[in-house]
Write a protein of this length. Sequence first.
Length: 134
Amino acid sequence: MIAARQNASVREFAFSAVKDASDPPAIDLVHLARQTDGDAALEAELLAMFDAQSAKLCGRLALAEVGAQAKADIAHRLKGSALALGAWRVAEAATATETHFARIAAGDAPASDPLIELQAAVAAARAAIARLSA
């Protein structure tokens, strides 16, 4: 349980999803602790909510029947949640996804689709949350 993982050395263990030292962690637990004033129960609650919400929002982004502007709005919502929590890679990928679908909604056809990168970032964040909750 997260409540048992109070000290900084254990918090740094959660950064194990980082590929190398230049990558941000899947979840920045130092940022999260600042956001929650060190309240471990609140951290656990926020992580659980983000875990569920990110899965739900990624699922909606993958639906063909959801329009481009709606997808931009969904990505924006995911970006806001990720920034609050310290899921920097998710926030960066959500920003790219938001921009991509906003351009499509405006009639521009971007060449690349950032959705795969967003899904990978969300999967890494959810895996980090699962490790923290174990």
